[in-house]
Design a protein around this ligand. Structure first.
Ligand SMILES: Nc1ncnc2c1ncn2[C@@H]1O[C@H](COP(=O)(O)OP(=O)(O)OP(=O)(O)O)[C@@H](O)[C@H]1O
Length: 418
């Protein structure tokens, strides 16, 4: 079994009687790429500084099996490289000189850098894409260039444990990804990296593990999908967010929204749709906190993907197969429980005709009609026959999708108005 490279036990820190960190407990194993996330002021930078020995935290911190407090500054610098958030690089130093400073923990005061030190510095300048800036004054560089030079310096320290405090803060999109990709590669080679990061998607995409800090405590610690949850995001960031697997990228994604206080929220809405026609509608209803169910939808249908992303109940059928009796029964049960059912402007074939039959039992039915039924009927008139009968029911209100969306945007919503 791997020995932990870093252990934090009951770590806490107060400055001027103000508690910044408390009861922090975790261990990090070699090769882990740990993203430290959390809202502004959560204590992320202070935690890294404490783990690096810059702040004297209470509790126990062990690196490579040794108590941090027993190690000298130089001993720590040979074990941990640390890139802090705000760095004063001094005046008149070239990028190469700054990067070479990463070798100081290995040099005595009378020694100059060796050929090997230069080769190591050049290797990491190449790695972070700043070789061409070697002779340029660091203070004459852009924020992004400077950050990549400082990352090269940290890597030049050649430690197995690396702490990075927002190293991608002023980088453009390409370099943000590039730095994360390089870090992941370094971890694959055996290094261990703790990185403070604000971009949750980036962290979830690249980090093997996330630690979510909130008000100086660890709120969650685990795999990205265990840490990035609707509940955790709400607790830490007071953010309304749906967390889902992005269908296109296959990656964990977040959709944030503003919660409106509406007096018709919490009602049950059942949506009969298909072919991705109701994605916008499902998202808007979710934002307004309705309890949504959908059905009967083919597996892989765009509406089913959106509905499951927004935690709606979905009744499925096999793609290209008719709705079977058990799916239809479940559909009718949800329609029966719903305060309102919305029948979208879908086309009908023999595979989904049962949806139209099921709609008859709705207590309140809103039919969205953008195109005449004749143009959507692929059942030789059977769908039109049912649809015409349905429309005559007293519990039915017909409107276009646009009219419905417009009504929903109004303060009291459409569901009070019928
Ligand atoms: N030296 C200090 N003296 C007093 N308070 C401090 C000190 N350093 C940090 N703090 C306070 O501790 C809290 C946590 O700060 P920290 O910089 O660790 O947060 P953070 O999670 O890194 O925030 P951000 O995302 O904004 O960078 C903040 O309220 C900050 O004001």
């Amino acid at each position: 079994m791997k020995q932990p490279i870093l252990i934090a036990e009951n770590v806490g820190l107060a400055i001027d009687n103000y508690t910044i960190l408390q009861d922090i407990n975790f261990t990090v194993n070699p090769g882990e790429f740990v993203g430290i996330i959390g809202p502004n002021g959560a204590g992320k930078s202070t935690l890294l500084k404490s783990l690096r020995g810059i702040h004297s935290a209470i509790g126990t911190i062990e690196i490579f099996g040794e108590n941090l407090h027993t190690l000298s500054e130089k001993q720590i610098a040979r074990k941990v490289a640390y890139m802090q958030q705000e760095i004063n690089t001094g005046f008149g130093f070239s990028a190469k000189q700054v990067v070479l400073a990463g070798r100081y923990p290995y040099l005595e005061w009378w020694q100059n850098e060796s050929e090997e030190d230069y080769a190591i510095a050049e290797k990491y300048m190449k790695f972070t894409g700043v070789s061409h800036l070697a002779d340029k004054d660091i203070n004459h560089m852009s924020g992004g260039e400077k950050q990549r030079v400082l990352l090269a310096k940290v890597l030049t320290q050649e430690t197995d444990l690396i702490f990075l405090d927002e190293p991608t803060a002023s980088l453009d999109l390409t370099y943000q990804e590039e730095i994360f990709r390089q870090c992941k590669e370094l971890c694959r080679q055996g290094k261990t990296i703790l990185i403070v990061v604000h971009d949750i998607r980036l962290a979830a995409k690249f980090c093997s593990r996330l630690i979510l800090l909130n008000k100086g405590n660890v709120l969650a610690d685990g795999l990205p999908e265990e840490v990035i949850t609707t509940g955790n995001l709400h607790q830490a960031y007071q953010m309304n967010a749906a967390v889902f697997n992005n269908y296109v990228s296959g990656l964990l994604d977040i959709y944030t929204y503003h919660k409106e206080d509406r007096n018709d929220s919490k009602q049950r809405i059942h949506i009969i749709s298909g072919g991705g026609i109701a994605s916008d509608l499902i998202r808007k209803l979710y934002e307004q906190h309705y309890k949504i169910s959908t059905g009967v939808l083919s597996t892989g249908d765009g509406d089913a993907i959106v509905a499951s992303a927004f935690k709606a109940k979905v009744i499925y059928k096999e793609a290209f197969a008719p709705i079977n009796e058990s799916s239809s029964e479940e559909n009718r049960m949800l329609i029966g429980h719903a305060n309102f059912t919305v029948l979208c402007n879908i086309a009908y074939g023999i595979n989904n005709l049962m949806n139209l039959k099921d709609a008859f039992i709705a207590k309140q039915l809103i039919i969205l009609e953008d195109t005449p039924i004749e143009e959507r009927d692929y059942t030789n008139g059977e769908a039109k026959h049912l649809y015409d009968a349905l429309i005559r029911q007293s519990q039915v209100q017909v409107m276009t999708t646009n009219e419905f969306m417009h009504l929903m945007e109004q303060k009291n919503g459409v569901f009070k108005s019928i």
